[in-house]
Design a protein around this ligand. Structure first.
Ligand SMILES: Nc1ncnc2c1ncn2[C@@H]1O[C@H](COP(=O)(O)OP(=O)(O)OP(=O)(O)O)[C@@H](O)[C@H]1O
Ligand SMILES: [Mg+2]
Length: 323
């Protein structure tokens, strides 16, 4: 296994008194797709943004090819951004309405390849448009002249212009019609496989995450609670939150181990109260909603522990729950 491209270590982000991310640790290798799932407000976008320094981290390290991005100067960070790209949820809002598609796609080349001739740029833009399924003759049009799916293709083209090593996709298909979502997902998969790009893929859509990801991270209330290879996570989730999350999606549950009575015979807890704030108890973040909680779980947040090869779970009862 090659050295990971990205190593996130003890990452923490706060917004005033609110802790949005705490003690986040994971690696990402070249060519790998990591799915990131968790309910709304759990910190998925904050994690993506903190990696790219679009929000400041208060603790930890983001090691990119061994170098801590959090310690880089603004100028050094701009250089690194060539390799670190993001595709956002709302495709139209993320494109400058006053620029044509050709201008939007030319921008990264002008910044990072200033010596490139206009002709070479034009050829590269045309090739990328074709690559993402848009006709070259559309290059002179403005974003509002395109559908949502086409705008997302433009956003993906812009992100891929410089052949980045890491592409972060923050809910790239959730604002699109269901009929279009599959096309965009398959485009991302094709690009990722052709170019060997590492991908952090954030989505509420567990079926999409299962389709794309090699490994999956599960986040709850700012904490990573489970990391596992895709097939392991969907077939045999261990953390009580992951079980609840997967069981909530009917078409996944036939291949997922749904939360059932535990070894101790407790029923699953489908309660939907909001998560406990990270700032109140010192115990497990899932304590208030967990069907398997014991008094000791209220005392300390359990660290991620390896329960099987590449399978990490932050739960005091993970070994019992695996049985
Ligand atoms: N700039 C900010 N200022 C203050 N609080 C913020 C800011 N950005 C995010 N938060 C808070 O941090 C928490 C995590 O937000 P985040 O957007 O990362 O969640 P998410 O998992 O991406 O949710 P969603 O699935 O709805 O996109 C939320 O409680 C949110 O309100
Ligand atoms: Mg988000």
């Amino acid at each position: 296994m090659s050295e990971p491209l990205l190593q996130v270590r003890r990452l923490g982000v706060t917004f005033g008194p609110f802790t949005a991310l705490q003690d986040v640790n994971f690696d990402l290798s070249a060519g790998e797709t990591l799915g990131l799932v968790g309910e709304s407000g759990s910190g998925k976008s904050t994690l993506a943004r903190a990696i790219l320094r679009l929000v400041p981290a208060v603790r930890g390290e983001v090691l990119w090819r061994g170098r801590n991005l959090l310690g880089c100067s603004a100028a050094q960070m701009r250089q690194q951004r060539r390799d670190l790209q993001i595709v956002f949820q709302d495709p139209l809002a993320s494109l400058n309405p006053r620029m044509t598609v050709a201008e939007i796609l030319a921008e990264p080349l002008k910044i990072f390849e200033p010596a490139m001739s206009a002709r070479a740029r034009q050829l590269q833009i045309g090739a990328m448009l074709e690559r993402v399924g848009l006709a070259v003759r559309m290059a002179g049009r403005y974003p509002h002249e395109f559908s949502g799916g086409q705008c997302q293709r433009i956003g993906i083209a812009r992100a891929m212009m410089l052949n980045p090593r890491l592409l972060i996709c923050d809910e790239p298909v959730s604002s699109l019609d269901v009929s279009i979502q599959g096309q965009i997902v398959n485009l991302l998969l094709d690009l990722q496989q052709d170019l060997g790009t590492a991908m952090l893929f954030i989505s509420h859509n567990l079926a999409v995450v299962r389709h794309l990801s090699h490994r999956v991270l599960v986040i709850y209330s700012g904490r990573l609670v489970e990391i596992a290879p895709r097939d392991v996570l969907f077939a045999a989730p261990v953390h009580p939150y992951t079980r609840t999350l997967l069981a909530a999606v009917p078409n996944l549950s036939n291949s997922s181990r749904v939360p059932g009575p535990s070894a101790a015979g407790e029923p699953p807890n489908a309660a939907q109260e909001p998560p406990a704030s990270l700032d109140t108890p010192s115990g497990c973040v899932f304590y208030g909603r967990c069907a398997f909680a014991q008094p000791a779980c209220a005392l300390a947040q359990p660290p991620l522990q390896e329960v099987a090869a590449e399978h990490f779970v932050a739960c005091r009862r993970s070994r019992e729950l695996m049985c």
